[in-house]
Write a protein that binds this ligand. Sequence first.
Ligand SMILES: *Cc1c(COP(=O)(O)O)cnc(C)c1O
Length: 472
Amino acid sequence: MKSKQYQIPLEQAYKLANDFFETIDSTPVGSMKSHEELLALWDQELSITGMDPEQIIIEMDKSARPGLHLNQSGRFFSWVIGGSHPSGVAADWLTSAWDQNAGMFTVAPAASIAEEIAGRWLKKILKLPHDASFAFVTGCQMAHFTCLSAARNHLFHEAGWDIEAKGFFGAPRIRVICGDQKHSTINRAMRMLGFGTDILTDIPSDEHGRINVVAFEKELMKEPDVPTLVLLQAGDLNTGVYDDFKTIIPLAHKINAWVHVDGAFGLWASASDSLSHFTEGVEAADSWATDGHKWLNVPYDCGYAFTAHPEAHYRSMSQQASYVFGDQTARDPMYWNPEFSRRARGFATYAVIKELGTRGIEELIDRTCRHAHSIVKQAGQLPNTEVISIPIINQGLIRFLDPNSTNEKDHAAFTEKIILAINETGEAFFQPVTFKGKRCMRVSVSGWRTNDEDVRRTVEAIRLVLVSSVVS
Ligand SMILES: *Cc1c(COP(=O)(O)O)cnc(C)c1O
């Protein structure tokens, strides 16, 4: 190896990353560049002779910056996306340097142990059963996939059908009951697992997005003898509301249904004393999917799957190849994960949990909720603004009303126009969303950096845009 072969590009990356972090507060939060403009920066001749690593890093940074949305900023409120804590970024760098294939203890001993411990900690933080099985996956989408493949195994196993060997052809019927506000990743997980989406029976939700319990029970009791999968939500994407776990889970368990909970971000309410009433009863579910890369602010990609049925989880994911053999005592991630070879995701989670401690995590959850509430409340008092959903956790909705119209379509267009104008100021970054037929601006505060000054700057930016748009 040549001397400094790694040192030179790594030091360059360090310098550029540092500059990126140092300039966040003075850089526009959202990238406004078009696809064409970005293509022009990246679309170069495919190299024949290769290139010096340091030069690549310098060029890549230059090409990437104009196309970066700063979700690391304290004024990024689009989608449910966090930033990364410092220890998470640093641990992620080391993860790349070590480049472990974290499928098995035998192949990557330290990576397997870091996951084992971080998984144990997560169960404590989220108040899940201590003996729940778990998997570190790419995100909540794949956490659904993992949990629901365990559910699929369990339900068919109970019905005397070996789904892993026989597949769906000739299998007994099962049914799936869920809320009409479920996240789109549920549909994809159902498709990938071979269930398809026609199997989903939607229960209508109330005006906030919670499953109507009476309608749920009625549907559940229609065919109590058919094996049943129930899909609930902890934290609606738009309003942050929670399904009524305390009532629904015991009902579902009366007929031996498997209850899966989408808690992509909302499950983290369990980590806060002042919010844990929202998740009361959720620990009785059969599986839970959540994310590290959203509210915990671990670098992408990082999701977590948990199940209360380790045997079904293991049956659905384990695999054998002649050239691998498991250490009998160690935890082999491969037997719990959909992937074979995989990145050592546990290190970053381990680091961030250590950085914050349980108190720091609680503080992060409470703080982001407080800021979301302040933004919606203060912006809601501006002219031509209507609060559609005041945050009960970190998600809220407002919309902007066209002063020259009473028409819904005009309000929707006006809302989109205002959002675009706010984003163009570079002061904050929002996205529109349609909730129950109304076009809204979603306020999602998921990043750890958001502080009082960010809230002030954001509300002021919204105010200025509204003033000039109403005048013009
Ligand atoms: C973000 C989200 C998902 C999907 O999570 P990914 O990590 O993007 O795969 C699922 N459900 C809800 C409620 C979400 O907010």
